[in-house]
Design a protein around this ligand. Structure first.
Ligand SMILES: [Fe+2]
Length: 479
């Protein structure tokens, strides 16, 4: 049953701060069951043939990933990405959904006291100093912190607003497409204040299994979000474009706000490395074919196996298209409970063969960055087997939309008070910390705009949609 309801979302301690009491209109399909998405006879036929093509393709992709490993993840340099990305590089990024950018912040040397350090290492040293100066800092796990609840240190402010960071984010946002009238600006990255990790060798506490951010059941339940995946739900998954941003700007990703959820559309998740970190050293893993895994995730609840896995000697026979049929009875969306991000494993999503298809990030050095599209399945290695701490600043790339501007307005208030950013656990945060960052630590005008400290410029040459969204954002921010 379709119903339009007015929802008031109160963010809870432990998931989001109490500062954001957002009110918005949600079109929600109450108690949605998978069979409602299966449609009429013609859609059923399209789904059946699309599913057969998809699982055949996934078997090929699994072999390719298992053989090629890190080579499935495109790597580039800051200079290439920003000045002259080849069509082949863009094609590979669009196919994979993730990318490593070497030298995102310069490798040139910066003097610090008597030490000469690359900029990213200087940021790490300053971060450690900030933590030392403020021993009440919170983190996870409490007794051996790996992820710190630090949002407002000077080096984080510098990193988020560094001119090369801004240009990198704009180049990445430019891989998305939007029609001219769409109210989004892909040339205006916002500053999203996230935490940092200093993962010590041997740590096995900060492991995360395969998951997708951006909510779970919302992908089917919120009608705008569902529209993003319309082609897939019509069985025409090959025509699905993960990079078309139009419907994503209105999608509600947090119908059920819980830990890790956000109302912000983070077009790219990302981190900037402050250390040399390679495979098995506590790094990120991704599934490197975004179209295929997204199509599978969306279609999976609509199908069930005719015979269970235990009935076959060979897994290939269990996974074969002729062992699967449309499921008109199920009430379940596998791995998609409300209030959580989408989870996937080898039981719930067997055709992804996640045990052999989640690929570790290639080796990175201080100043390199790693990015993954908001739909990409990702995980964190269960154990850090390296010799030095694997350290990163979490810095995503967030496009300007009206909804994202509302978040920036709320985030600006937390910045001024030193409290945690609105998407994160509340409390006093860094409000009484020594040596906290200020607006003066933002290195660029784009950084100050992205933080909502100055109005967005209404320059010549903007598309109609970009101009409108900048004006709307300035009004939301009180300029
Ligand atoms: Fe995640």
């Amino acid at each position: 049953m379709q119903a339009a309801i007015k929802a008031r979302v109160e963010k809870k301690e432990g998931s989001k701060s109490s500062i954001s009491h957002r009110t918005f209109q949600i079109n929600v399909a109450n108690q949605l069951v998978p069979s409602e998405l299966i449609g009429d006879k013609s859609n059923q036929q399209a789904l059946i043939s699309g599913w057969a093509r998809l699982v055949t393709r996934l078997a090929v992709v699994s072999d390719e990933i298992a053989t090629q490993q890190q080579q499935t993840i495109p790597e580039t340099s800051y200079d290439e990405l920003v000045s002259s990305p080849s069509p082949e590089l863009i094609r590979r990024i669009r196919q994979c959904g993730s990318v490593v950018i070497h030298g995102t912040v310069p490798q040139n040397q910066v003097a610090m006291s008597f030490l000469i350090l690359p900029k990213a290492l200087k940021w790490l040293e300053e971060t450690k100093e900030y933590i030392k100066l403020n021993p009440r800092v919170k983190g996870f796990p409490e007794d051996d912190k790996q992820v710190y609840e630090v949002y407002w240190s000077k080096p984080q402010q510098e990193a988020r607003s560094h001119p090369q960071m801004i240009k990198t984010q704009a180049a990445l946002l430019g891989i998305f497409t939007a029609p001219p009238q769409c109210q989004v600006s892909l040339t205006t990255p916002l500053v999203y204040a996230d935490r940092l990790r200093i993962r010590t060798p041997g740590d096995a506490t900060f492991a995360l299994g395969p998951h997708m951010d951006g909510g779970s059941i919302e992908r089917w339940e919120d009608l705008s979000y569902r529209k993003v995946y319309e082609k897939i739900l019509q069985g025409r998954w090959e025509e699905f474009d993960a990079w078309d941003i139009e419907n994503r700007t209105n999608a509600i990703q947090d119908l059920y706000p819980g830990p890790g959820s956000t109302g912000v559309f983070r077009s790219w998740q990302g981190w900037t490395s402050l250390s040399e970190t390679g495979p098995n050293e506590g790094t990120l893993l991704v599934y490197p074919f975004i179209k295929e895994h997204t199509a599978y995730l969306l279609m999976r609840p609509l199908f069930k196996p005719k015979h269970e896995r235990s009935e076959f000697k060979d897994d290939k026979d269990f996974l074969a298209p002729d062992n699967w049929e449309l499921d008109f009875e199920s009430t379940n969306f596998p791995g998609s409970p409300p209030y959580r991000n989408q989870e996937l494993n080898d039981e719930t999503h067997p055709h992804l063969e996640l045990l052999r298809t989640m690929v570790r990030m290639p080796k990175v050095y201080p100043g390199d960055s790693v990015w993954w599209h908001s739909d990409v399945i990702h995980a964190v290695e269960s154990k850090h087997q390296g010799k030095i701490p694997a350290s990163v600043f979490y810095i995503p790339a967030v496009a300007l939309t009206a909804r994202n501007a509302e978040y920036i307005r709320d985030q600006r208030a937390t910045f001024h008070s030193g409290r945690p950013a609105p998407d994160f656990p509340g409390g006093t945060g860094e409000s009484d910390f020594v040596s906290r960052g200020t607006g003066d630590d933002l290195l660029t005008v784009e950084g100050r705009e992205g933080m909502g400290l100055v109005p967005f410029q209404l320059t010549d040459g903007l598309s109609e949609g970009e101009l409108q969204v900048r004006k709307a954002a300035n009004a939301i921010l009180g300029f």
